[in-house]
Design a protein around this ligand. Structure first.
Ligand SMILES: [Zn+2]
Length: 247
């Protein structure tokens, strides 16, 4: 059987800010964690609405948004018909478009993706300089002198906790990053979907050796992307690819 390496199983996905969107949502609940005091907000993906910013000249396949994954109807239709798992697509209302070019192109149809797949990570791998994660609300408290970019050494998924969903979030860390499977990236490549960025926090190595300014269809054409990425990930994390690993 083929070895499945944790660092090559899940890939961060996000949108390039071209265009970007701000989400307006109904907050269901806002409270402070009884253990660490962090403010916790619970949001609902239902009846979500967005304001689209001034950048961009085309309605792209993904809208950059820090609060959620927002996909165009043409992407949603494909992931549903191909049977991808780990998500519920909720229709989204566009309240305002701050960009004349886009406004002239009419109202597109986007959905906010509620991600239902979950995975645990090894929080001990996030850093090795004394940061902590609250055991109740999973808010991270990195050490002040944390030397790592984005304050994390690496995000290491525990594969036995993953149900294999194509769309996944981390259960035991409170942050807004979304992950997808290799299957989704291959679909993005086949359909030449625009504006996706893959791989920043996990596997911690971008899919492209040099990230293009705008991620267009041409960037996907290398059929050996996975093999080439694997080589770069192994160079960055050699200890995770030793004989006998993963156990
Ligand atoms: Zn807490």
């Amino acid at each position: 059987m083929e070895t499945v390496y944790p660092m090559l199983s899940l890939f961060e996905l996000r949108g390039f800010n071209n265009p970007g969107a701000t989400l307006f949502q109904q907050y269901l609940k806002e409270e402070n964690c009884p253990a660490c005091g962090a403010k916790i907000t619970v949001k609902s993906p239902k009846n979500a609405a967005i304001w689209v910013g001034a950048t961009g000249s085309k309605w792209s396949d993904v809208l950059q948004c820090i609060d959620g994954l927002i996909l165009h109807e043409r992407v949603v239709n494909v992931i549903i018909s191909e049977g991808l798992t780990g998500f519920i697509a909720h229709p989204l209302k566009i309240e305002k478009i701050g960009n004349k070019k886009l406004a002239e192109k009419g109202d597109p149809s986007y959905s906010i993706i509620e991600i239902t797949g979950r995975v645990d990570i090894d929080v001990g791998q996030l850093d090795d300089v004394g940061g902590s994660v609250c055991p109740v609300c999973f808010t991270r408290n990195p050490a002040a002198d944390n030397p790592y970019r984005w304050k994390e050494k690496r995000v290491f998924p525990l594969m036995e906790t993953w149900d294999g969903s194509d769309f996944t979030r981390i259960r035991n860390l409170r942050w807004g990053i979304h992950y997808c499977s290799k299957r989704f990236i291959d679909l993005a490549s086949r359909h030449k979907w625009r504006n996706f960025i893959f791989g920043q926090s996990l596997p911690g190595v971008g899919l492209w050796e040099k990230a293009p300014k705008e991620i267009d269809g041409l960037s996907y054409l290398d059929p050996l992307w996975f093999e080439k990425l694997s080589e770069r990930v192994k160079i960055k994390h050699p200890d995770l690819f030793m004989r006998g690993f993963p156990p």
